[in-house]
Design a binder for this molecule. Structure first.
Ligand SMILES: Nc1ncnc2c1ncn2[C@@H]1O[C@H](COP(=O)(O)OP(=O)(O)O)[C@@H](O)[C@H]1O
Ligand SMILES: [Mg+2]
Length: 595
């Protein structure tokens, strides 16, 4: 099948973004079609009785029945190569920045634009395999291109190449993405860039189990509900509970090598925030612009719904490409509910039988197709790479029993449930500790044990304490705090410290926006020591008021904002003062007992 072989049909019916055409019976499902005189980009999503159903990725207002539809007999693909990083794309990989000037924030329908800069020359550092006669296989690394200061881009043999040796190889030098750098014995040319169909997962050698956490610098995540590199997480939450803020915090601070951020169908101004804010952010590890390790995909609610539907697959294909270079990639989608709504709208236009709440019956299959592309793998080139997926879900009315949240739960292993009450109380991040969970805690435990073996014990103690606090709060609400003995009221006191001094973490606080793993564990360890020792002292007869009056209590709660990540000595100072104050009380009450 040649790439230039086209088939021309005619538009027979138009229903918004769904267009029907005849004469395309010889084409394949998911083939790309130029629809109408304006040649809008579309994709065949159903073929039945000689009629092709085409989903159109651009605004087709004004299109008429009878216009032509030209099928290219190749699937919708993205172009993969140097120049992706730092770029802002729409759902079908048209760069937004280069078109901003000519047509504002929106793209002119039918306007084509190369996803990668074809004029730019890249300096190729050849690898061992880039020489004529060399044996090759898909994934073999032929050389490197310095894409940005943070990203060393490996150029490999594309998975579709069938040749097994190089008949010709280019020398070190500068090349554009359209200049061949090698040719196989079968005559196939290899370039710095290649196409890949977005709906087809890229191949890898084998899947690995996950073992390392994706460190986000957010304590409630890293300690309580950890995500692993190669794991999947969902952030469900009603409007304004902090989905976008949480995803931004993770995108900014997590220790992935590359970020793919998909802004999906949210209000236009929210996306504008991302577009203006991200380029100004500094990567804390490299000291350089975060855009040097970020690719943005923007679909606002006023862009065509079909482009929103495909943006998830475009994004994850870009993520797989960098995973295949041995990188740890994190991909965020905000929000998958807007994506599911696009699916629902398209399904409705096609007059399909709706399932729950109007969503098509294949909603769970499509969600799975997205989340299942996460994972830690051995790429074809060897080594190791991973994709971690974090999807925001915006259930209407914040009701988690709706279909998108429920189906998403089947495919993710980490659930960061945003709690309306916490958000109202301005407890941020509003990740509820009762409803949230992570199934990765056991898998990442060995990693934490090497860093600080107290991670798993203080984690378990704190989660248990918060569970007990929740039960006690129910009693307090019914009959007031006075009925509780001091041995239980201390739980309320310490739980408050954990909430204020550990779980709450302002994204706007210069010191606290990012907490290193060591600091996270030590804060919680101090709080758990405070609890254990206070309880013993109360059991020796000290009234709770004596504990509450200790000045170290406030100091502990303020560690997070007072001491910078590197300031271990400052934190030890607080711990020493705490132990001193508790020693004193302990002596006092031991004495009373013995007299
Ligand atoms: N970690 C945080 N630190 C400080 N403020 C936060 C945090 N998370 C959320 N907020 C506050 O909540 C508001 C709404 O958050 P946002 O992420 O836009 O909600 P959503 O995307 O769920 O609608 C933010 O504008 C901010 O004021
Ligand atoms: Mg949001």
């Amino acid at each position: 099948m040649s790439e230039n072989e086209t088939v021309t049909g005619r538009v027979t019916r138009i229903s918004g973004p769904i267009v029907y055409a005849e004469g395309l019976g010889a084409c394949g499902l998911y083939d790309v079609v130029d629809v109408g005189e304006a040649a809008l980009i579309g994709e065949i999503i159903r073929l039945k009785d000689g009629v092709a159903t085409i989903q159109v990725y651009e605004d087709d207002t004004g299109m008429r029945v009878g216009e032509k539809a030209v099928c290219h007999r190749r699937p919708l693909s993205v172009r993969l190569g140097p120049g992706l990083v730092g770029t802002i794309y729409d759902g079908i990989q048209r760069p937004l920045k280069s078109l901003f000037s000519s047509s504002g924030a929106f793209l002119e329908p039918g306007k084509r634009s190369e996803p990668l800069d074809a004029a730019r020359k890249w300096r190729l550092e050849p690898a061992e395999a880039l020489r004529s006669g060399a044996a090759i296989a898909p994934g073999a690394v032929l050389g490197y291109v310095r894409e940005t200061e943070s990203v060393n881009h490996a150029i490999s043999v594309p998975p579709t190449v069938r040749g097994r040796s190089l008949a010709w190889a280019a020398a070190a030098g500068e090349y554009t993405i359209d200049e061949p750098i090698a040719r196989t014995e079968l005559g196939e040319e290899i370039f710095l860039a290649h196409h890949w169909p977005v709906r087809r997962p890229r191949p890898f050698a084998r899947k690995l189990t996950v073992s390392e956490p994706l460190i986000t610098g957010q304590r409630v995540i890293d300690v309580f509900f950890p995500l692993s590199k190669g794991g999947t997480a969902a952030i469900p939450g009603g409007f304004g509970t902090g989905k976008t803020m949480t995803q931004h915090a993770v995108a900014k601070w997590c220790d992935a090598d590359l970020i793919v951020y998909i802004g999906c169908g949210e209000r236009g101004n929210e996306m504008t925030d991302v577009l203006s804010e991200f380029p100004e952010l500094i990567d804390p590890r490299t000291g350089r612009s975060l855009m040097e390790r970020t690719i943005l995909i923007a679909n606002t609610s006023n862009m065509p719904v079909a482009a929103r539907e495909v943006s998830l697959y475009s994004g994850i294909t870009l993520a797989e490409y960098y995973r295949d270079m041995g990188m740890d990639v994190a991909i965020m989608a905000d929000s998958t509910s807007r994506w599911a709504e696009a699916l629902r709208e398209l399904s409705g236009r096609m007059e399909e039988m709706p399932a729950e709440e109007g969503f098509p019956a294949y909603l769970p299959t499509r969600l799975a197709e997205f989340y299942e592309r996460a994972g830690r793998v051995v790429p074809l080139s060897g080594g190791e790479g991973s994709i971690s997926v974090i999807g925001a879900v915006s259930p209407p009315g914040g009701d988690f029993s709706e279909p998108v949240t429920q189906h998403t739960k089947r495919f993710i292993r980490c659930f960061w449930a945003l709690d309306r009450e916490l958000a109202n109380a301005r407890h941020y991040p509003a990740i509820g500790w009762i409803e949230s969970y992570s199934e990765y805690a056991e898998e990442v435990r060995a990693w934490w044990d090497r860093l600080d073996p107290r991670w798993s014990s203080v984690r378990a103690q704190a989660l248990e304490l918060l569970k007990r606090e929740q039960r006690l709060q129910q009693i307090v609400r019914l009959i007031g705090p006075d009925v509780l003995p001091d041995t239980e009221r201390i739980i309320l006191v310490v739980a408050e410290m954990v909430k204020n001094g550990f779980l709450q973490q302002s994204a706007f606080d210069e010191v606290d926006m990012f907490s290193v793993p060591a600091k996270q564990v030590v804060i919680l360890k101090i709080m758990m020591d405070f609890y254990r020792r206070s309880l013993a002292i109360i059991r020796n007869g000290a009234p709770l008021a004596k504990i509450s009056a200790l000045s170290c209590r406030e100091e502990i709660v303020r560690i997070k904002t007072t001491f910078a990540n590197e300031d271990a000595a400052g934190i030890s100072g607080v711990e020493a003062r705490m132990n001193q104050e508790l020693d004193e009380l302990e002596r006092l009450y031991r004495k009373v007992e013995t007299v």
